[in-house]
Design a protein around this ligand. Sequence first.
Ligand SMILES: Cc1cc2nc3c(=O)[nH]c(=O)nc-3n(C[C@H](O)[C@H](O)[C@H](O)COP(=O)(O)O)c2cc1C
Length: 354
Amino acid sequence: MQVNLRDSWWIREIEIPTRLVLAPMAGVSVQAFRRQGRRFGAGLVCSEMVSCAGIEHRNERTLGYLRVGGDEHPLAIQSFGSEPAVMAEAARMVEAAGADLVDVNFGCPVRKVTKTGAGATLLDDPGRACRIVEAIAEAVSIPVSVKMRRGLEDGSRVCLEVGPRLVEAGASALTLHPRSAKQMYPGEADHSLTTELVSLVDVPIVASGDITSRARAQTVLATTGAAAVMVGRGAQGNPWALREIVDGDVSEPTREEVAAELILFVRETVRELGERRASGFLKKFYGWYLGRGRFPRPFKQELVQLETTDEVVTRVFAAAPDAAEIVERLEAELPDPGAEILLDRMPISIYGGG
Ligand SMILES: Cc1cc2nc3c(=O)[nH]c(=O)nc-3n(C[C@H](O)[C@H](O)[C@H](O)COP(=O)(O)O)c2cc1C
C-alpha cells in the first residue's frame, strides 16, 4: 500500500505535517539547515546533539544550540549524556527554549561520546537508559523521543529488547537507525529490524538510514509500518532530495536556485555562529552544494580557499547573477530574528553564562 508522504502523523499531541523527518547531524544541523529542510518538505526537524553537561555548565556555545526560531516548529532538540539527573535538567532547559520534543541520543558511535557512557553505549546498559528516559519524562511536559542504533556490535538485535523498555519508561516515539555502532556508516541499514520494532511497541517509529529517494521512502514506509522516514546525508547540500521524496518532484534545480540556496545558507549561518566559526564550518557545504555536476570542480576549490564568507557570497553571485532575485525573495520570508527567539524564556541569559 502506498503511503502519502504529505499525510500528517502525531507524537502524542504534536502534529507533524509530513512523514519526512530531517535527521539530526552534528556539524550540519544548524538553523539554516533546519529551516531549509522545512521549506522543502520536512515535517519535523531536529537539532544536532547537544551535550547535557554543556547545558548544565551553561556553556555559551552549547546554549547557542538551544536557539529556536518561531518558524521551526515542530522541532526536536536532541541531547546526550549518561546521568539521569543531569539529562533531566538539560531537558527542562530544552523545553524552556521552546522545543516541541526532547530527543535523547542512544545512537552516537563516536568514541568522544561513548567513552563518557553516553550515546550508543547506553544500549548495553538498558537499566541506565530507562532511568534517563524516566527522569526526563518526569521533568518535562513535552514528549520525549529516543534515537538509537540496532546495538553496539554487528548483527546485534538489542534495539528490540531496549526499545519496548524505553517506551515503558516514557518514550513517546523511537527512531531506529538499524546499523551497529561498530559499523558507523558503511554497509546497509537493515530495516527488517524496523519492521520488528514497529510490531513490538505502540508508539510511532521513525526509520532512519539510506533513505535517498521517494521509491526507497515508499518501500520502507510500506514494508516496515514506520510512521515516518528520516533523511540525513541525502539532504546535505541537496534540499531538492527532500522535495523529490515528499512530492515526487524530480526536477533538477537551476544553477541560480543552487547558488541562491547556498548564499542564503551562508548568510544565515554567519548570523547564527558568527563569521569566525561559520567560515570554517561552511567549507564542507560548498562541495555538497556545488557538486553533482552543478558547477565545475575548480569553482568549489576556489571557494574553499577564500578567507571570508563575504568573498564567497560575492564569488557565487558573480557565477550566477540571477540568483540575487531568489535570495531576496527567500530572505523576505525569514522571520525577524529578534522577535522569534525564545531564549528570554530560559532560566538564564546565554550571555551571562549562568
Ligand atoms: C555528519 C553526521 C552527523 C550525525 N550526527 C548525529 C547526531 O548528532 N545525532 C544523531 O542522533 N544522529 C546523528 N547522525 C546520524 C543520522 O541522524 C542518521 O541516523 C544516519 O546518518 C543515517 O541516515 P542517512 O543514511 O539518511 O544519512 C549523524 C550522521 C552524520 C552523517
